[in-house]
Write a protein that binds this ligand. Sequence first.
Ligand code: BTN
Length: 272
Amino acid sequence: MVMESKPDSRRLVDVAWLNEQIKGTLFEGRLTAFNTVGSTNDVARRLARQGAPEGTLILAEHQTQGRGRFRRAWASPPFSGLWFSLLLRPHLQGDRLGLVSQTVAVAVADVLNVKVGVAARLKWPNDILVEGKKICGILCETAFSAETGEYLIAGIGLNINQTPGMFPDDLKQKSTSLRILKGAVISREQLLVNILQAVERYYRIFLQQRYGTISAKWESYAQHLGQHFRVHEADSVFDGAISSVDDFGRLLLRLPGGQLRATQSTNLEAVK
Ligand code: BTN
């Protein structure tokens, strides 16, 4: 049984203020804020199945069952981060949905670089690192319902005000927060506004099919651009240098012969 509080926006964000800041975006008037949920992705999925519109935004102060890729636990303590999920319904072939998750990653990285002033880098498939440590994870889940068609839920977890001691032992060396990097407590409300505005901007670019703009941004923020990796796919292995992402959100690697090869594999091993 997942614990879920009643929607309650009082603590984390002033909804009227937020709506004013994001006026005219997909997300205006679409926020539901909770103190505690299991996972904001699960709440968003439930609402999506019931026909919730694109732009639905679920925010929680605390997640008891926050999760990352491969169903790994995602630590989501109260008062320390932004844990939220966005519902998108891009009316596209399923194979384009991979690029939506890169679009969201580029938007968050842009805010961290341009507005916050930290050197945020993208690590395939969907991590954001600063100084080599993870600051943000994005979990994109797609689903189909006969009534409402295909949809995508982008779950974003951004570490903001944790101190080093607040991370679980196994993550202490690998994780960071904006407070650790900037030496100051950061306003989560303002960051949320900046991220929603940036997602709106890049998502419009995606809908206009200006895929090259997204991949160029991805490249400009790529943590391992030009570095060599061995890629393990289900039935093959190949070596290449990280180059970009393609129009389907797959990773592009430059092969020793000069051609580009796309992969969806996340099983990559650095080669010297
Ligand atoms: C990862 O790095 O593996 C992805 C982590 C994604 C965490 C966010 S927090 C909000 C949303 N709800 C979840 O349960 N997960 C995502």
